[in-house]
Design a binder for this molecule. Structure first.
Ligand SMILES: Cc1cc2nc3c(=O)[nH]c(=O)nc-3n(C[C@H](O)[C@H](O)[C@H](O)COP(=O)(O)OP(=O)(O)OC[C@H]3O[C@@H](n4cnc5c(N)ncnc54)[C@H](O)[C@@H]3O)c2cc1C
Length: 427
């Protein structure tokens, strides 16, 4: 191929695609990167209308993700509106089991942080303004053809096939809903949980005390994440509640004061009285994984590669670790004079990230299955498990490391400069 139009095309400028673009601008500045995004995003504005990544959700960022954002020079800005999680409380409604994690026990300021997706989008866009990353938006990647030394990518703008771009490599970060992955021949494994995540901001009469609550209820698992000022423990939490289709419709039909009562009955009084519930949004939940997320000249990242149940707040944290593994392989390829679309380069990314995504999927999925069960023996085993976690320091440390996103250790350690960057684990 003569000189391609760009070195790398990223299909999708959501959380995964935009973070990848920023990481490449910082760590492999020799690469020319073009982001193609279906929504009218630009580095200096986010649309007011719904955008699949930068919407009303909040994301629980693990401690490990903070370390990555620090490395990208993004953390200082992000931290302005990121609420620390100093404690995690896991409990089961109507049963005695509970476990508690405290940041101080792990020698850290926080176990993780909660940031609004919209705020993360604004921070990413502002940082990208000062880079040489190119944006095409609104535009969609509709197809790709392999060509010698790279790929030819078809774009469509306002529904019209408009342009072709050549590149050494295409990274698919479209979230998996646009069908691009399937059009390129990837075969995802899909399992529908038959459940939805209902999200809303809620106010409570007691302060959250920087505690994230995971509670397993007869209606489904719920998370209440501390939200609001990063310095003053306030009275607002972000609710993520997993509900069946039927129960979701029942809850949505209730007036707000009854929604609060419903919530109160199932969550209890650890946060005092629920005084307000904001606008509710909901998302159908599936587990989607792609066993082989690479082809010559193409790699999948983020939700396009693996979309998880949000109960353990792991999806984006896992994506972030995968992105950094890919960036490191691109950096090495550049250093060694190899093409970034070379299948050996991409297979190395696949091999290094594999154990992490498989373990994280197992961790999230087993929580859903274990805590989705109301059968007595399973409930008893689960409660024994929660008590056991609380009493056994080894088990609790394992759980805490998962929650803090300190999996994927091999991938992290292989990155230069990261040797001493893991949180002290007191092991
Ligand atoms: C309710 C809920 C709560 C969650 N909470 C957490 C949490 O607490 N912690 C955590 O770590 N994770 C959490 N997650 C997971 C997290 O939100 C996802 O991992 C993350 O949004 C994935 O981002 P993405 O960029 O891969 O995909 P998306 O967010 O779907 O973004 C894809 C982007 O690609 C664009 N696009 C689509 N098709 C094309 C195309 N053909 N061409 C160009 N552009 C295209 C879209 O417009 C969009 O901007 C949660 C998920 C849900 C549903």
């Amino acid at each position: 191929m003569t000189k391609p139009d760009t070195d790398l095309i990223i299909a999708g400028g959501g959380l995964a695609g935009a973070t990848l673009a920023l990481a490449l601008a910082r760590m492999v500045p020799s690469l020319r990167v073009t982001v193609v995004e279906a929504f009218p995003l630009s580095p200096d504005a986010l649309p007011e209308s719904y955008q699949p990544s930068y919407d009303a959700r909040s994301t629980a960022l693990a401690w490990g993700s903070r370390l990555i954002f620090e490395e990208l020079g993004l953390w200082q800005r992000l931290a302005e509106h990121a609420t620390p999680i100093e404690h995690i409380h896991v409990s089961d409604r109507g049963h005695f089991g509970a476990t508690r994690l405290h940041a101080a026990e792990h020698g850290q300021a926080a176990l993780g942080y909660v940031a609004d997706n919209r705020w993360m989008g604004l921070c990413l866009m502002r940082e990208l303004l000062d880079t040489n990353v190119q944006w095409r938006a609104p535009a969609e990647v509709t197809d790709m053809t392999p060509i010698p030394g790279g790929v030819r990518v078809q774009l469509s703008e306002e529904g019209e096939e408009t342009a072709e771009l050549t590149a050494r490599c295409l990274v698919v970060a479209d979230g998996g809903r646009s069908g691009l992955r399937e059009r390129l021949g990837f075969r995802p494994d899909r399992h529908s949980y038959g459940q939805n995540a209902l999200i809303a901001n809620v106010s409570t009469s007691d302060s959250h005390g920087f505690t994230a609550f995971e509670r397993f209820t007869d209606a489904g698992p719920m998370a209440l994440l501390p939200h609001g000022s990063p310095t003053r423990a306030g009275h607002q939490s972000a609710l993520v509640w997993t509900l069946s289709d039927e129960v979701l419709q029942q809850v949505l039909a209730l007036p707000d004061d009854e929604k609060c009562r419903w919530l109160q009955d199932r969550f209890g009084w650890r946060l005092g009285r629920f005084t307000r519930i904001g606008t509710c949004h909901h998302y159908p939940l599936t587990l989607t994984t792609v066993d082989e997320p690479v082809r010559p000249g193409v790699a999948l990242v983020g939700n396009a590669a693996h979309a998880l149940h949000p109960v353990a707040g792991q999806g984006f944290n896992l994506a972030l670790r995968g992105l950094m593994t890919l960036v490191e392989q691109f950096r090495l390829a550049e250093e060694q004079g190899r093409s970034i679309g070379d299948i050996e380069v991409l297979k190395r990314y696949q091999a290094l990230h594999r154990e992490d995504w498989q373990q994280t999927v197992r961790f999230s999925d087993s929580l859903v299955r274990l805590f989705g069960h109301s059968m007595l023996p399973v409930a008893a085993a689960r409660d024994a498990g929660l008590v056991g976690l609380d009493l056994l320091p080894g088990a609790k440390r394992w759980f805490a490391r998962k929650a803090m996103g300190l999996g994927g250790r091999r991938a992290m350690i292989e990155r230069p400069g990261n040797l001493n960057r893991e949180a002290p684990a007191n092991e």
